[in-house]
Design a protein around this ligand. Structure first.
Ligand SMILES: Cc1cc2nc3c(=O)[nH]c(=O)nc-3n(C[C@H](O)[C@H](O)[C@H](O)COP(=O)(O)OP(=O)(O)OC[C@H]3O[C@@H](n4cnc5c(N)ncnc54)[C@H](O)[C@@H]3O)c2cc1C
Length: 482
């Protein structure tokens, strides 16, 4: 992949930095209204373009959202700059690693076969972990393999590949540059017209903020408020190398099949959050995600929670003898729909984590597919704005409206109640031990007469201190939120 610096980027686009864009004013497309947007959504607040731009679109952040958006727009023939602070795209990225990949197939046909993915997930296990017991619900389903429903990925391998696709489509890729600021128009107050890194400035008709969970650019532009502590979590992850056959035996998978474990309860010492274990080709990604407010209140160090999870007697045998390859931590948005406020500003669009598109559904954290999904919708709206040469907030609201109708917006709506549901001490600290106690009583043969399962369950419930009404409320909330 060719990467370049700020001046080189402008030259690659066919001009010295600050010079007039060569293609400026050329007819982009014969399609006047590709999204069929009603006239009243496009006609207000028309904004006159600046005299000159270095690019049509600058995308900040070459994660999944940024690379997908840049690829889609570059394929349409627009001059796109994709810029990332990592020494190469993906260098600073960290994800648990299960990517629901059908959305990627819509951008990169044959994605699961051609992209550097690890394994196709066919075994999903939900594990309730207690101090001295574990209870799992194991779902193996070969139908999840064809077509691939979800794949495990390592971002250090996937992200450079994605940036290469953007480059192959015609985008200019710049790595190793941290963007410090948005650049605003002198003519139109508040209109974003570019980016600044150090003393270097590059301009564009539209800037796409795909800079991840910190949402630095969107916050700078006033699109997003600072997140509250309970709306963010910290993810701590290790990648541990294991021989391929060992991995297959321990996780009961064959060929390129993969397993994904979601672990609740003792994984996080009973704090809201969970543990995960995902199989890669010759390694496992394993770690915990803990909500920041409860982490702070607990006084525990996140690294200690991670280490305790890996050392738990039900988990340690899965990684025994493995070699630590990577260790890192990263913020995760946990606020769901409530975190999404503004998606667009004048000349600015935010996508992926930068826009707050992450969901904790209990079984998994989803962010990568939502990043790709929002990027696709945004690329269509940006294209429309470029065609009508209107980069105002009102014009770019096409993205917000289309997103609401898309599966991304609908999923955010469906799980809108999830953060509230997961704010439950019963779920994380008391439910696991209770269910496990029922099973222990069923399996323990201690010479006393056997009782029916209903009696056993009632005794375990009485011993746990959990009330039936609490369980009923939790069940009702689960049905409404998940
Ligand atoms: C521990 C953990 C486990 C997770 N597990 C899963 C999972 O299993 N499945 C799932 O779907 N999601 C998971 N997620 C969420 C998922 O990782 C994110 O939702 C996803 O990475 C968002 O993609 P993105 O492209 O929006 O942002 P990112 O992948 O964060 O990319 C942002 C990019 O912007 C760049 N950048 C940031 N600031 C600047 C700047 N100022 N200048 C230039 N470049 C900049 C960064 O270098 C980065 O490349 C997990 C997250 C964590 C932390």
């Amino acid at each position: 992949m060719k990467v370049t610096d700020m001046m080189g980027a402008a030259k690659l686009a066919g001009r010295a930095a600050g010079e007039k864009l060569r293609g400026f004013g050329k007819t982009r497309s014969k399609v006047a209204n590709p999204l069929n947007i009603p006239a009243d959504e496009t006609e207000h607040e028309t904004w006159q373009a600046e005299d000159r731009y270095d690019f049509d679109v600058i995308v900040v952040g070459a994660g999944i959202a940024g690379s997908v958006c840049a690829t889609e727009l570059a394929r349409e023939g627009y001059e796109v700059l994709l810029v990332d602070r990592g020494t190469e795209p993906g260098a600073k990225n960290l994800s648990g690693g299960v990517l629901y990949s059908r959305v990627m197939e819509s951008v990169f046909p044959n994605f699961a076969a051609e992209a550097p993915v690890e394994r196709v997930i066919v075994r999903n296990e939900l594990l309730f972990l207690n101090n001295d017991s574990a209870l799992g619900i194991d779902a193996w389903d070969s139908r999840l393999a064809e077509p691939a429903n979800a794949v495990s990925v390592l971002r250090a391998r996937l992200d450079p590949w994605l940036a290469e696709q953007a480059e192959a489509a015609g985008a200019t890729v710049m790595a190793g540059i941290r963007i410090d600021k948005l650049v605003l128009s002198e003519k139109v107050p508040g209109q974003v017209i570019g980016i600044k890194a150090g003393d270097d400035v590059l301009t564009a008709r539209i800037v796409v903020a795909a800079d991840g969970a910190n949402a630095f650019l969107a916050r700078q532009a006033g699109l997003r408020r600072d997140p509250k502590l309970h709306e963010q979590a910290l993810g701590i992850k290790s990648v541990i190398r294991l021989p391929e056959q060992t991995l297959r035996d321990r996780f009961r998978i064959a060929g390129n099949e993969g397993a994904a474990y979601a672990v609740v309860g003792e994984a996080t010492g009973g704090l809201p959050g969970g543990g995960f274990i995902y199989t890669n080709r010759e390694s496992v990604s394993i770690g915990v995600v803990v909500r920041l407010d409860s982490l702070k209140a607990s006084g525990l160090a996140s690294s200690d929670i991670h280490d305790r999870f890996l050392a738990h007697p039900a988990i340690a045998p899965l990684i025994e003898g493995g070699e630590l390859l990577e260790y890192g931590c990263h913020l995760v948005n946990e606020g769901g729909k409530a975190m999404i406020d503004g998606l667009v500003g004048p000349g600015l669009v935010s996508i992926g984590d930068a826009a707050g598109f992450t969901l904790n559904t209990g079984f998994t954290i989803r962010g990568m597919d939502l990043a790709a999904g929002s990027a696709i919708v945004a690329a269509r709206a940006v294209r429309h704005a470029l065609i009508v040469e209107n980069y105002s907030r009102n014009q770019l609201r096409v993205y917000t409206n289309e997103l609401r109708k898309s599966w991304v917006g609908q999923d955010m709506e469906t799980y809108a109640g999830a953060p509230d549901f997961f704010d439950s001490e019963l779920l994380f600290a008391r439910l696991g031990p209770l269910v496990s106690d029922v099973f222990r009583r069923l399996h323990a043969h201690d010479g006393t007469p056997r009782r029916h399962i209903g009696t056993v369950a009632r005794e375990a419930l009485a011993a746990s201190g959990v009330h039936m009404t609490e369980l009923a409320k939790l069940g009702y909330k689960a049905l409404r939120s998940l």
